[in-house]
Design a protein around this ligand. Structure first.
Ligand SMILES: [Zn+2]
Length: 399
């Protein structure tokens, strides 16, 4: 017979476990009825009532009457509490930044944005830190986590290299402005991949390879909703694999990187022009005129072929169910679909060509990184420690 002497903390953990299961269900399906919640979380109707009452009291869930349909018994639907905890999601890109808030239902709401006046780390982080502080003050303690997506390589929650910003290792802790709030840091393409795998174009798949073309190309393999980021978190730098057979020097320091074969810099080379100051805008313009300008079309086709070849190499290596394409990868794939397809299929191992993993445009578009940042921020809030902290700090009278 098992011992009945359960220590205190264990009993408390079990209490949060039911709550976490319930919150997990509502997070994936906001607007769900209490009866359906009980079914999906494997709770009895009594436990579901008890748990939702407690979560209401803790300002985590809101329960409101469901719209009356037919003659069934009136029921209630569950959603994020309007005064509940928030994730402040931040997207730091090479030309600008954006802030968004997400509640427990994961819905992202844009709240602020700005362009970099100067690109040096001190100026950028000062402006961004001020915006973060202002938003936190506006939300009066509801922000529990700052979750940052950054266009650079992240290792152990720190930014070690951001070639497109011209930054080396930078301390992002200054964004906290001395507060004790957790700051999560992730690579933007990695977080966009998390968003696509969990609730986007790869939501039906177990293993999703996400690739984002901006200036260069980033991406990640996401398995069961979790990014495969390696030993230190810096994995997924697919752009710096020599996938295209060139010997050109990349700003990262290596030679032959895939990065510089698929973007605006590559298009400029194909068009015999100098490296553009803004490779993203340049690539957009080339893709826009590719329908009528044959030189632009050839440049786009060459980049699409390089994208297809590298994608095939990664599919051979990583075995995803689905490939999702974000950023400029979407219009590039659209404009030069035949060139992409040819290179993709010829790069695949023969056994894969019968049913190659489908290549789909990203669902979240420009919001992928913000949505992914909100997702991993919510992962941190929706833990036993996260809920304890919320209950202690924010809800009067909570034990
Ligand atoms: Zn490189």
């Amino acid at each position: 017979m098992r011992s009945t002497a359960t220590p205190g903390p264990r009993r408390r953990d079990l209490r949060w476990r039911g709550a976490l299961d319930a919150l997990g269900v509502v997070r994936r399906a906001p607007g769900i009825t209490r009866a359906e919640l009980a079914r999906r979380a494997g709770l009895s109707s009594g436990s579901a009532t008890e748990i939702t009452a407690r979560l209401r009291e803790l300002q985590l869930l809101r329960e409101s009457p469901a719209p009356v349909t037919g003659r069934g018994r009136p029921t209630t639907v569950l959603g994020a509490h309007p005064r509940g905890p928030l994730v402040l999601a931040v997207d730091l890109r090479h030309e600008d930044w954006r802030l968004a808030l997400a509640g427990l239902d994961g819905r992202v709401e844009h709240v602020a944005a700005g362009r970099h006046r100067r690109r040096d780390p001190a100026s950028v982080l000062d402006a961004l830190g001020a915006a973060i502080a202002a938003e936190r003050a506006r939300q009066r303690g509801r922000v529990r986590v700052i979750s940052l997506a950054v266009a650079g390589t992240v290792q152990e929650q720190g930014l070690v290299q951001a070639s497109t910003l011209g930054w080396g290792e930078v301390d992002l802790g200054v964004l906290r402005r001395g507060s004790a709030l957790p700051l999560l840091v992730g690579n933007d393409a990695t977080l966009a991949g998390v968003a696509e795998a969990r609730g986007g174009a790869g939501a039906d798949a177990r293993a999703v390879l996400h690739l984002t073309v901006e200036v260069g190309i980033g991406g990640i393999l996401v398995v069961d909703g979790d990014p495969v980021t390696g030993a230190t978190g810096a994995g997924g730098e697919f752009g710096h694999v020599p996938l295209g057979g060139s010997t050109l020097r990349c700003p990262c320091g290596a030679r032959g990187c895939w990065d510089i074969l698929v973007d605006g810099r590559a298009m400029a080379r194909h068009l015999g022009q100098r490296a553009p100051a803004n490779a993203r805008t340049y690539a957009r313009a080339v893709l826009d005129r590719a329908g009528t300008d044959s030189a632009a079309r050839r440049a786009a086709d060459a980049c699409a072929a390089a994208l297809g070849t590298g994608t095939a190499g990664l599919v051979n290596a990583l075995d995803p169910d689905v490939v999702t394409l974000g950023g400029l990868g979407v219009p590039l794939h659209q404009v030069s679909s035949a060139a992409f397809r040819r290179a993709y299929l010829s790069g695949l191992m023969v056994f894969r060509r019968r049913s190659p993993p489908p290549v789909r445009p990203a669902f979240h578009g420009e919001d992928g990184a913000l949505q992914g940042a909100a997702e991993v921020g919510l992962d941190a809030v929706l833990t036993e420690g996260g809920l304890e902290g919320w209950a202690r700090a924010h809800v009067r009278g909570a034990r």
